[in-house]
Design a protein around this ligand. Sequence first.
Ligand code: FES
Ligand code: MG
Length: 579
Amino acid sequence: MSNPETTSRDPSQLRSSRWFTPDDLRSFGHRSRLKGMGIDDEDFRDKPVIGILNTWSDLNTCHSHFRERADEVRRGILQAGGFPVEVPVMSLGEMLMKPTTMLYRNMLAMETEEVLRCHPIDAAVLMGGCDKTVPGLLMGAISADIPVAFLPAGPMLKGRWRNETLGSGSDAWKYWAERCAGNLCDAAWGEIENGIARSAGTCMTMGTASTMACIAEAMGMTLPNAASVPAVMAEHSRLAVATGRRCVELAWEQVTPSKVLSAKSIDNAITTLLTIGGSTNAIVHILAFARRIGFQLSLDRFDELSQQVPVLCDLRPSGRFLMEDLFNAGGLRALLKNIDDLLHLDCPTINGRTLGEQIEQGEVIDDEVIRPRTRPLATTGGTCVLRGNLAPDGCVLKTVAADPKLLHHKGPALVFDNYPHLKKMLNDPDLPVTADTVLILRSAGPLGAPGFPEWGMLPIPNKLLQQGVRDMVRISDSRMSGTSYGTCILHVSPESHLGGPLALVQTGDEIELNVTARQLNWNVPPEEIEKRKAAWKPPAQSAVRGYQALFGKHVTQAHEGCDFDFLEGNSPGEEPAIF
Ligand code: FES
Ligand code: MG
């Protein structure tokens, strides 16, 4: 990592100088067109050009404050002597995109990489927050290997209904179950709709957005303690300005992602995911980060670390509180200080300090939200990785959000061939289902759905909800929202679309889950399995043209990170030729 004291401030070393300084016709064109926008030599000559990659969109509810924040980032860049340029990139808004934002994470990653590479950008602030925008932006930046600072969108204010706080997603599922059970009238449901999302910002539970913001911070890609700052607070505006300022220094210091990220920072990301009781989606994104950085991370690493890392963050869906409470309790920095013996403290950050130096100032203000080591939410294993004849390449279960009684369970399978089948059958009064049944959904994986949607928290049939059942063992090759909960076994790999075991399970087969042994098995004799395998016919690929056809040809399986095979790795020196 470069030392700011000794950093060269020679403007001819800046990447953008290749566009702007030569005395040739092409550079004349670059300069004259900037001037056509009212920009003068004093604005840009010899200054680092700082991109502001903004994922604002009217259809991304979580980023509705990003126009204002982009102006604040710009202010910071100007203060530090940079030349700010705002560049829109694809916005992936979880709430309104169909079939799933995960279909487009790699598209944002490709766009980010190419936008950074093809423009005169020396460093960039990445503005993201809603679930897939964080990995999409970071994956692209890792591959472009141009200095970046990540600015998390910040969580929404806490939701409110009468005397209750409401958490995004988690409380929607909870009260929907009550509504389906006949316990909640229309008026009350309407009040919840009005009170669950009260401001700009991302889901304020420990869903995927909050999880990925914490991971970006733990990997050293944000300013210190950035992950939990609520989106609409003045502190968030100040964070935006400071991120802009810092990014100018990153350009001079040439702090590229490859100087910050390594196998050790990926370990820190996993440890953080586990101690915050974070979203299972992060597993897929971290696997993809590792391959972009240049090494193959195994799912087993998550399980190894999960045996050592306690869950200390008491946030919904696993615990009680919300992101605003984490912010007031001291933020991620304070939480990480509680587990500093489990982190690689020597990892660099974009702040010119090591992670250890960065978390040194952490202080726990409220030890109900950030628990001490002596009083964890769970001593180990917020999430575990299971294998067995039903998931030879692995699957995951967020144990801390599951009913402990179901972690060792044997029951008959009830299989749904795809999501429309499930929707049609689920509330059939004759459905052969009891609380012991294991619900299975197939054709819900990266290729099968396609796009790897969040269908993994399979709904519990209304007739069981009315009997008071609130959790069941559920298995799919799908993902689930980070705000979801329950004994939901996810990311079964290989997926059913490729003929993985889920494709061959039949209703009535016995399924056995044993979390202690990390096993998920299907108690059917091998001869019978072979017979079914021989009779199985691969389904046709659904998309024949466009982006979805590209996705179908190149997306990898869940245990490999679901990146496109041709996007793994990075190409730092690969600069566009300038003629
Ligand atoms: Fe955007 Fe949850 S919908 S973070
Ligand atoms: Mg989500």
